[in-house]
Design a binder for this molecule. Sequence first.
Ligand SMILES: Cc1cc2nc3c(=O)[nH]c(=O)nc-3n(C[C@H](O)[C@H](O)[C@H](O)COP(=O)(O)OP(=O)(O)OC[C@H]3O[C@@H](n4cnc5c(N)ncnc54)[C@H](O)[C@@H]3O)c2cc1C
Length: 461
Amino acid sequence: MKYDAIILGAGLSGLAAGIRLACFDKKVCIVEKHVEIGGLNSFYQMKDRWFDVGLHAMTNYSPKGVRSSPLGKLLKQLRFKHEDFQLCQQKESEISFPGVSLRFSNDFELFRQEISEKFPNQIDGFDQLTQRIRDHDDLSLKSGFLSSRSVLAEYLTEPKLAEMLFCPLMFYGNPQADDMDFTQFTIMFKAIFLEGFAKPLGGMRHILKLMVDKYKSYGGELRLGRAVKSLNLSSEEVNSVTLSKGEELQAETVISSIGYAETMRLCAPEKFPEDSLQDGEISFVESQYVLNVQPSEIGYDKSIVFFNTKDEFSYRKPKEMVDLASGIVCCANNFDYPKEQEGLIRFTFLANPDLWFGLSRTEYKEAKSYWQKKTLEAVVGFLPDFRDSVVFLDTFTPKTIKKFTGHANGAVYGSPVKIRDGKTPVKNLFICGTDQGFLGIIGATLSGVTVANIYGLKASY
Ligand SMILES: Cc1cc2nc3c(=O)[nH]c(=O)nc-3n(C[C@H](O)[C@H](O)[C@H](O)COP(=O)(O)OP(=O)(O)OC[C@H]3O[C@@H](n4cnc5c(N)ncnc54)[C@H](O)[C@@H]3O)c2cc1C
């Protein structure tokens, strides 16, 4: 049997691509190597509690009725109603640097006001930068690399303010060390400062379930627990796809969400040698702490804090296993949930994948508990001490991310080289998701929609 499309990966982009194709009566099969859907944004159960893997917050919040926003477009394309996602907005977040902090919320005016108070001589430049960002076409599939550091230097003379802007935008969506492509900067600036954060009631499990139900309701096929082992080429096209249990499938079009290098490694290695493929290196360690109190009761009232303990913000693979100098603290409770949930604080730090991958099983266990302690000490150094209230703790590392998503190096944002138009050298093989360059929950989902629309529905390649 021949499918119209086979999709590699049942993360957000793969599921979104599947829904778009299936709803136009295409015969689609999504193949996912894990037994669970969601990929980088999946969920898991431990000691009777459900946890999200990759959810601090959903960026790009926009209210009901705004159809031109990324969220509005996504809902329309996937045929969901705004209320289906059960989004609860953030209360207030913060960027915290030595001696200065900037608060922001889903009302951009608060952020602007904070900048005009804390950096009065920068506000004109910041306004001009904001206008340039608003005018920038970040959906272009053709843009090349433009250094954000050089663009920001045109508008801001205070380096600390630039570093403070970079901190959340890089942490939430930059696959590159030190600098950031300006298009990616504008996407993240709009997603975080101009639009804002929300969390779905019920976590990502809720949204993923909606997506998979919709996909199946259109007749889409989902094969869980089946890894694609090879993409078999003949005359510059994928002719068939071999799955882990030896099964072979055929399709007109193949869309892969597993990463560009990871995809090309499944094709003929002599055609795509290792030195032509570039893996990402930006990875994280993250710990989730369940508390027996509400964080607000112990004086912690922010939704998300992006902190940096030095004047300069370093965003790169650290020399040590974990970089304690900066990170993210996210409090799931400080969103507008209609009812109280168990206290949950999670924090994230940059990590060095090579050092984590090089450990034996015993060393890995020891390193995990050592860095759990160190990261906790770093956080309670500037936030209220919640150590007496912890009832459960779980930590994951670059090794965990690699194991559960297949992304080389456990690189959360994939390769620094993005394939904006989704095309590969193989005629009927396309990339969506992380390595197409649209990151995060909304970005990855829209990427799946876009690639499906262009190559799966119009077949314009
Ligand atoms: C710790 C962490 C925190 C995050 N926090 C946020 C956040 O707060 N807000 C936000 O918006 N975004 C966040 N993200 C980012 C967001 O999760 C991702 O950008 C998004 O989920 C990527 O989706 P994707 O579909 O592109 O890729 P993936 O989710 O990686 O999907 C790829 C899928 O392909 C499967 N696969 C791999 N190899 C094969 C194979 N050979 N055969 C079959 N299947 C295969 C994988 O198992 C996976 O399910 C976070 C990510 C992490 C890891």
